[in-house]
Write a protein that binds this ligand. Structure first.
Ligand code: GLN
Ligand code: ZN
Length: 769
């Protein structure tokens, strides 16, 4: 193998690294600062120490170029808003008085000023703060953070490359500020924004940056010709600057599609492309545009958002093909390593023979270094690494620990009939009405009741051994009894057990299913200082024994009213886990569905008449490109139906989703064939009820009438007003009354008052009918 025509040895690099530190030191320091226990200087020192340790770790692993500017106290999109001076008016005074406190005020809000809205970063579980822009926005360059971090890395003697959110993606992620015409298009601000980027790039050049990376993941989504033109214009203008580093425009999470020729033609010195999963299509597309003559290609061949060891031999093959397509080829993970945990070797509870299949950020860096060496010096230079990698892959491919012929045979034998309820909805509806005898506008909740400090400390005590299983279960039992008593007294119609025993709606099930691994230190940033430990769906999936029957039957034994069984659906189980990469997601979903189907059937067998299967992640996992969506929705809705179709006609299946924009998936919601769906709707004033009505949704629905994202208690008249709006879209026999989502993050006093008001509102509106 030869190196590229420029003769430079290929480098290994990444676009970002986990921020939190091995023991989540960053989270602790920031939360300590919020509580006044940690001073600003101490927080800055902790952060600088973590950055230094991360750069050292990357350099020690052998990365030839480290990223800078990817560090954040909260979120890199918020950092970008600060960098371009896009501070909302309501936070200006705070930001001027103290930049750090102003920054946290934008992220978290204050008594006076609401925070920026938060939403998902593409199809990941990371959340960013949405920039708020308007026709009056005046940008100004604040390069201090970017320059400061570059300077720190250069001072360590490292080759460093600042990483910035690109101007087009920044504008495409923005929304009109409050009070601005909702039709305002932030992209119209491009000409105002580019000079600010020019200034930041100039400052980075002056500080010693040879290259700067501009991330444009928004260009992997379906884009209009006008948006593609804006991208062309942005990089023509930035490329024309004289006082700037070389520019590397990066994209990830999918293929570039029609944006590839635009960027390939742009006067920038390099492109970074994703070559994993559906983005592998970038390879042929790149060849079709004649490659990147004279440019640098950074090839994202190692999956940056999953945790499996790479197939190094295959990646080396891909890299070899790419060599002919650019002036110089470097090796990277497909996206920032922000989306994976730090260090698989810290997982001492995972058996060593399984741990070798895992690659977290640290292990991925080592893989990239091996690949860069193999690319530069030929596969012979990395024979030992490739052999070890092949052995790891082979042991995974053949391991009885994750392959279960019985599970595979059962999944293969699934028929179309298994994925359909035997009776059409009208027949089920009659049977369910007869069995449940509910009033019109029936009231219920979404599942969880407050996860109190006492419940959390009981769980911690159980883990640490201060409390034995018997003691812990007594606490859970007592909590369930209290939740049932409250609901009966409040007058709710369909009760829940309250999910006191569940730490997390995915983890709880993952811990009880064969095929899942859970990690001890595998923290991944969800937003701000919130980190989650997604379980790893490693192998064929089965259910050794019932998972929820015991507490559900216990709750049912305490009341005459129906208690809803409560499960997390197959799509959400996948969405909030690291999934296996050795078979299509649709196959994995089917295995999860079969295990959950057994649980649904067991709940029915023990007398449960209403069973809810939550799918809050159905909408958020929608593929980024329209062309891939129907295939996804087909297998996703099939997995839900496989989970829920084994029951009798008089067993009522509920589902729940919480995401504000259901419009693009109403067809899929219908395809679930659930008898009842509850949806988030309070903030959008029942918009979703109208959307369902316009679609002609034939079954029952509970658009939320109580916004659980805030401690505010809605009064009965407010709830009644929302119900009357709902009744304009859906008839009383098909309209349920429920909160937007589970109540686990709320406190008891507000939950009590809100649910009492909710029941009072339902009674009042029933009486009006
Ligand atoms: N049943 C779950 C709960 O109430 C649903 C949570 C969710 O939709 N995210 O907590
Ligand atoms: Zn929800």
């Amino acid at each position: 193998m030869t190196t590229g025509s420029s003769g430079a040895a290929p480098r290994a690099t990444v676009y970002g690294y986990p921020r939190q530190g091995p023991d989540r030191e960053l989270k602790k320091a920031i939360e300590g600062y919020w509580k006044g226990r940690v001073g600003a200087a101490e927080l800055h020192d902790t952060a600088a120490g973590l950055r230094r340790a991360n750069w050292r770790a990357m350099a020690d692993a052998g990365l030839g170029e480290v990223p800078t500017g990817d560090f954040s106290y909260y979120d890199h999109v918020l950092d970008t808003s600060v960098m371009v001076g896009a501070v909302p008016d309501r936070h200006r005074a705070a930001a001027a008085a103290d930049p750090l406190d102003g920054y946290f005020a934008m992220a978290r809000g204050t008594r006076e000023a609401a925070p920026l809205e938060m939403t998902k970063w593409f199809d990941t579980n990371y959340h960013y703060l949405v920039p708020e822009l308007g026709p009056d926005t005046v940008f100004s360059a604040e390069p201090a953070k970017q320059v400061g971090e570059l300077t720190e890395a250069l001072a360590l003697g490292l080759t460093a490359r600042p990483v910035l959110v690109g101007p087009v993606t920044y504008l495409l992620l923005a929304k009109p500020a409050p009070g601005v015409d909702p039709g305002f298009d932030p992209l119209t601000l491009l000409d105002r924004l580019l000079p600010v980027y020019a200034e930041v790039l100039g400052a980075l050049r002056a500080a010693g940056a040879e290259w700067a990376q501009l991330d444009e993941p928004a260009l992997v989504q379906d884009r209009t010709p006008a948006e593609l033109n804006a991208a062309a214009r942005a990089y023509r203008d930035l490329g024309a600057l004289t006082d700037r580093p070389k520019l590397l425009v990066a994209s990830y999470f999918d293929r570039l599609g029609e944006a590839l020729p635009v960027l390939a033609k742009a006067p920038v010195e390099g492109l970074a492309l994703d070559f994993t999963g559906p983005a592998a299509a970038n390879l042929d597309a790149l060849a079709a545009v004649g490659g990147l003559p004279g440019k640098r290609l950074v090839a994202g061949v190692v999956n940056g958002r999953n945790i499996w060891v790479d197939d190094l031999t295959r990646s080396l093959g891909t890299l070899g093909t790419l060599l002919g397509l650019a002036d110089r080829v470097d090796v990277a993970a497909s996206c920032s390593l922000l989306h994976v945990p730090l260090d698989a070797s810290a997982e001492r509870d995972i058996a060593p023979q399984i741990r070798r299949w895992l690659a977290f950020a640290r292990e991925k860096c080592a893989e990239l270094v091996t690949l860069a060496r193999g690319l530069g010096h030929g596969a012979d230079a990395v024979t030992a690494e490739l052999a070890a990698n092949r052995a790891d892959l082979a042991s995974r491919a053949n391991s009885p620990l994750i392959h279960d012929p019985a599970v595979r045979a059962r999944a293969a034998a699934v028929t179309a009939a298994d994925t359909r309820r035997a009776e059409p909805y009208p027949e089920r509806s009659v049977a369910q009405r007869a069995r449940l005898a509910l009033p019109p506008l029936p009231t219920t909740t979404i599942g969880s009741f407050p996860q109190t400090a006492e419940l959390r400390s009981a769980r911690a005590d159980l883990r640490s051994g201060r409390l034995d299983t018997e003691g812990y279960e007594a606490r859970i039992g007592a909590e369930i009894r209290e939740v049932i008593t409250f609901q009966e007294r409040a007058g709710l119609d369909v009760l829940v057990h309250g999910e006191a025993e569940r730490n997390d709606m995915v983890q709880y099930f993952a811990e009880r299913l064969n095929g899942f691994l859970t990690t001890r230190h595998g923290w991944v940033q969800s937003y701000g200082t919130r980190y989650v430990r997604p379980p790893v769906l490693a192998g064929d999936l089965s259910r050794p024994e019932p998972m929820t029957v015991r507490w559900t039957s216990y709750a049912q034994s305490l009341t005459e009213r129906p208690v809803k069984g409560m499960l997390t659906g197959p799509v959400t189980m996948l969405a909030w886990s690291f999934v296996r990469d050795d078979q299509p997601l649709s196959k994995t979903a089917r295995q999860v569905a079969l295990a959950l189907r057994d649980e649904v059937n067991d709940l029915e067998a023990c007398g449960t008449s209403v069973i809810q299967v939550d799918e809050p992640a159905l909408r958020e996992t929608l593929p980024l490109r329209e062309a891939d969506r129907s295939a996804y929705l087909d297998w996703a809705t099939e997995a839900f139906r496989l989970t829920t179709s084994g029951v009798r006609p008089d067993t009522q299946i509920h589902t729940h989703m919480c995401y504000a924009e259901f419009g693009d998936v109403v067809g899929a919601i219908d395809a679930l064939d659930a008898d009842v769906i509850s949806l988030e709707a309070a903030r959008s004033h029942m918009e979703v009820a109208r959307e369902l009505a316009v679609y002609g949704y034939p079954r029952e629905a509970g658009p939320g009438v109580y916004d659980i994202h805030s401690p505010r208690v809605p009064d009965a008249e407010e709830v009644a007003g929302l119900l009357r709006l709902g009744l304009r879209a859906l008839p009383a026999e098909r309209l349920w009354v429920n909160p937007d989502c589970g109540l686990k993050t709320r406190g008891w006093p507000e939950v009590r008052a809100s649910l009492e008001n909710l029941v009072a509102a339902a009674r009042k509106v029933r009486a009006e009918a």
